[in-house]
Ligand binder design. Structure first.
Ligand SMILES: [Zn+2]
Length: 71
């Protein structure tokens, strides 16, 4: 359940933009997915960097933000 087939992401790093994907400023979010290093999201506007989990479906993408607990 935790493993995502690498074939869905391809062999190389995939990069795409998610419009209004930034939770902080609502700007466009750049998602980078690499098979070995997981996925990261980056916002050029507020420089928000976060880890994400991206799942590819037939109809589109499913992105989950990894929220880390900060005391
Ligand atoms: Zn932002």
């Amino acid at each position: 359940m935790t493993s995502i087939p690498e074939k869905t992401l391809g062999d190389n790093i995939a990069e795409f933009t998610l419009p209004e994907g930034c939770m902080l400023c609502g700007g466009a979010l750049i998602i980078r997915s690499s098979p070995g290093n997981g996925s990261h999201s980056y916002c050029p506007h507020c420089h928000w960097l976060s880890r994400t989990r991206v799942r590819m479906h037939n109809g589109g993408l499913e992105i989950a933000y990894a929220t880390r607990a900060v005391a």
